[in-house]
Design a binder for this molecule. Sequence first.
Ligand SMILES: Nc1ccn([C@@H]2O[C@H](COP(=O)(O)O)[C@@H](O)[C@H]2O)c(=O)n1
Ligand SMILES: [Mg+2]
Length: 311
Amino acid sequence: MERPGPPGACGDRGGTERGLCPQVPELQKGTVRIRQPERVRGIIQALREQGVAKLQVISDFDMTLSRFGCNGRRCPTSHNILDTSRVISEDGKKKLKDLLHYYYPIEIDPNRTLEEKRPLMVEWWTKAHELLVQQKIHKGDIAQIVRESEAMLRDGFKEFFDQLHKNNIPMFIFSAGVGDILEEIIRQANVFYSNVFVVSNYMDFNDDGVLTHFRGPLIHTYNKNNTVLQGTGYFQQLSTRTNIILLGDSMGDLTMADGVPSVENILKIGFLNDKVEERRGKYLDSYDIVLESDETLDVVNGILRYILTET
Ligand SMILES: Nc1ccn([C@@H]2O[C@H](COP(=O)(O)O)[C@@H](O)[C@H]2O)c(=O)n1
Ligand SMILES: [Mg+2]
């Protein structure tokens, strides 16, 4: 039989999905799906009880911290921002769009295995980066390209970044996007705080500020794990941060915390943005909390507020 938690504990109404955690009312939103409410309740409670000093956040960027929908259309990813910008020739734009139309359905296909997808993702990223290098992009144009784009962070981003910063919680952004672009988005949103650390695909420029190549190792959707973090030492420095909130939008994001030593508790929150019906089952199997077509960080902010409130 389930033992009730201490007064005011998450789920002390019995732990049904409805009364999952009354102190986090955002979990009642219609966008929230949870396969194992008891498990989620237990993790949230443990994160709160064990305290802020043990917590770290690991997040994907594109379509997780950034929005999926923009005024009835798809928001651009960090790659798309560059691909569709004024510095790319018409021919370059067409080729990059063709790549997207060919490879994106493969990326999100629930019927293909990760083993099948991996080499195809390497192919996509490699071809796209080669095309971008041919465009002789100037470093000095990046800020303006981002300003002119439709890039948008999810609603509630300021509270999210602020809560983490004020509580000195390290936030690791692990992205297969373009590091220079996503950093600029966060900078222009005024939330690029000292607790934010990014690993992504960064561009290298020559002395004239012209893009010459992308720095390795190449990060694509399905190799976001320890293999591309060698030499960063990031997780090793945070060895006391054994409790994790992981945020992602892809099945590839589930391995982002693989390099963290001695994980005690991990809460995986997945944004299911596209092909919702088709992919729901797999997401519910893999993420503790699934947010369907939810353009906000409300649920994440609600959980953080509860975890960070002093008892
Ligand atoms: N040429 C490309 C390659 C990938 N994408 C999309 O970028 C996203 C990966 O970035 P994360 O921050 O989510 O790791 C992924 O959604 C790909 O579809 C692209 O737009 N263009
Ligand atoms: Mg993503």
